[in-house]
Write a protein that binds this ligand. Structure first.
Ligand code: MN
Length: 223
């Protein structure tokens, strides 16, 4: 074999800008809203995991995993980093955030429960193809740094998740400081900041719609 094809980068549109955001790594945190931490039956400590950049897809129709999979919706505020560093202060952490998006951390809860019982890694439950549908990115220059406001998700028009950014256990700045203890953060990193209570199934054919006040909205349909 002589040629190794260069994979196409995963890119996300940026609202009001011609440039696009090229996705590097996708960090996620589990249980970052107190009420959701309670419903998941766990202590409120940050648990980091990752999805591949290839999990990021635009809003719209989602090719899902097999039809008997239980896929749960987790609506999340997503940080889009445009600088590198290992911040140790909230000010330095905030300086890494170039914009915000609305993402859905899709989760195969059936598998995740089995893996948890077995003490096994979560990849197949969290990092499958199209497991991270993402809205366009809103530049922080335009929307500021929202730290309070509604975060919500509807399934077929019924409200399932109804939280507030102000109820995060670790603020976006604190999450970046915690991540920086293990990883040097880079432009292209996305950080899913956790989901409020009310997670539940997104059945095949169902229409999901969610949003974060001051950032944007996302609509998805599981095929
Ligand atoms: Mn999540």
């Amino acid at each position: 074999m002589n040629d190794f094809p260069v994979p196409a980068p995963v890119v996300v549109p940026v609202r009001g800008r011609s440039g696009r955001f090229t996705v590097g790594r996708v960090f996620c945190v589990g249980r970052n809203y107190a009420e959701h931490a309670t419903e998941m039956g766990a202590a409120a400590t940050p648990i980091f995991f990752m999805k591949p950049a290839t999990a990021v897809v635009p809003a719209g129709d989602l090719p899902g995993p097999s039809d008997d999979a239980r896929v749960d919706h987790e609506i999340e505020l997503v940080l889009a980093l445009n600088a590198d560093g290992r911040p140790t202060t909230p000010e330095a952490a905030r300086a890494l955030i170039g914009g915000y998006a609305v993402g859905v951390d899709l989760t195969r809860r059936d598998l995740q429960s089995e893996f948890k019982k077995a003490g096994a890694p979560w990849e197949a439950a969290k990092a499958f193809d199209a497991s991270a549908p993402l809205s366009e990115i809103s530049p922080a220059d335009d929307v500021g740094h929202p730290r309070a406001g509604a975060i919500w998700f509807d399934v077929d028009g019924a409200r399932r998740q109804d939280g507030d950014l102000g109820d995060m256990i670790l603020s976006p700045e604190r999450l970046l400081i915690a991540l920086g203890e293990t990883w040097r953060l880079r432009p292209g990193d996305l950080v899913f900041t956790g989901t409020p209570a009310g997670v539940g199934p997104l059945p095949r054919g169902a229409q999901g719609r969610g949003g974060v006040e001051g950032v944007g909205e996302i609509s998805v349909r599981r095929l």
